[in-house]
Design a protein around this ligand. Structure first.
Ligand code: NDP
Ligand code: OXD
Length: 309
């Protein structure tokens, strides 16, 4: 039986060795070099070519190489009988906490402006709010959003959080469902998106939402590019509805040269690096799920196809 990796834009050599360090008996294929399609029972994918996964008659389960599984769920050719799982790891959580904290601190302390001022040799101090004066709203309170919100609250920020089901998080004012989106957004100065990409959340970062947060607020999107309506962001920035945007993810990656987000003083761009899956940190859970799939056991971190995450 074989475990197949499909990730066209990644160097997979360290994945192969990380898996074999745990169990040297696992047979590994790396797409497109597949020895025997019939032997493939488990696949690990990142941005696989769509319609590729229906060509494996004995495929039992597919794991995302990362935390998000939207790239798998959007492949309509993936048979219903194939279970989907994703990776969840303390390292992904830690990296996301660092990324969001860095962005929030840079915004709060005006470092974005100071870095731009450096280019002009301009000595111009700006007032900055204290954490207690800054309302930070976290959309998505899952594996990544919940610890991120909690950390910000522990550091003194006024934190609110929004999710599908109701939550209780120490120090965080929580809201749930569409009905509570408006009160959640009210007074938010920095809006952070850590939602999965689903039919319901696609395009959620739009003009209507931007108008509901604090005047001259910021958005941070470290979830998926398709959460954001790009034209609405440009309009909101140009109309002073928003002060700035900190973006790690984009509808098209790499962000095309001609995209309007480049070269704007008030858009910070990072190349999808908020939280990176490291092979040696998650190989054990991939091996565990591979073995579970082969034995017909329930997968860990299984994705709910109906909910879309
Ligand atoms: P989880 O599935 O653990 O959490 C998702 C959260 O979003 C849950 O709290 C869920 O609510 C909430 N949610 C889902 N749908 C809705 C909705 N319609 N309305 C309100 N809340 C909703 O995901 P993770 O925290 O692990 O990851 C989140 C996303 O971050 C990933 O899907 C991925 O796209 C992105 N990501 C980006 C990375 C990067 O490097 N930029 C790295 C890793 C992940 P409930 O709790 O009620 O289920
Ligand atoms: C992920 C990502 O989902 O890297 O893990 O975006």
């Amino acid at each position: 039986m074989s475990l197949l990796f499909i990730a066209p834009d990644r160097d997979l050599s360290s994945w192969e060795s990380a898996i074999q360090d745990i169990d040297p008996n696992i047979e590994i294929d790396i797409w497109p070099a597949i020895k025997d399609k019939e032997r493939v029972q488990f696949a690990v994918c990142w941005n696989h070519p769509q319609h590729l996964l229906d060509g494996f008659p004995n495929l039992k389960a597919v794991s995302s190489l990362g935390a998000g599984a939207d790239h798998l769920l959007s492949d309509e050719s993936l048979p219903e009988s194939v279970d989907i799982c994703r990776v969840v790891s303390p390292s992904l959580v830690q990296q996301m906490k660092e990324y969001i904290l860095a962005a929030v601190l840079n915004i709060q302390r005006n470092f974005v402006q100071y870095i731009r001022q450096n280019d002009q040799r301009k000595w111009q101090p700006h007032n900055h709010p204290s954490p207690q004066e800054l309302q930070v709203g976290v959309m998505g309170l899952g594996e990544l959003g919940k610890p991120t919100a909690k950390q910000l609250a522990q550091l003194g920020y006024e934190v609110s959080g929004w999710s599908r089901s109701a939550k209780e998080i120490e120090g965080v004012t929580t809201f749930a469902k569409t009905e509570e989106l408006h009160p959640f957004l009210n007074n938010t100065h920095i809006l952070i998106c850590l939602l999965p990409l689903t039919e319901e959340t696609k395009g959620i970062l739009n003009l209507d939402i931007f108008k509901q947060i604090d005047e001259r607020g910021w958005i941070i999107n470290a979830a998926r590019g398709e959460h954001l309506v790009d034209e609405d962001l440009i309009y909101a920035l140009d109309s002073n509805i928003l002060q700035g945007a900190w973006l790690d993810v984009f509808s098209e990656e790499p962000l095309p040269d001609k995209h309007a987000f480049w070269n704007r003083n008030n858009v910070i761009i990072t190349p999808h690096v908020a939280s990176i899956t490291k092979p040696d940190e998650v190989a054990d859970q991939i091996v565990e799920n591979y073995k579970r799939a082969l034995s017909g056991l329930e997968l860990n971190h299984k994705v709910n196809r109906e909910l879309g995450y």
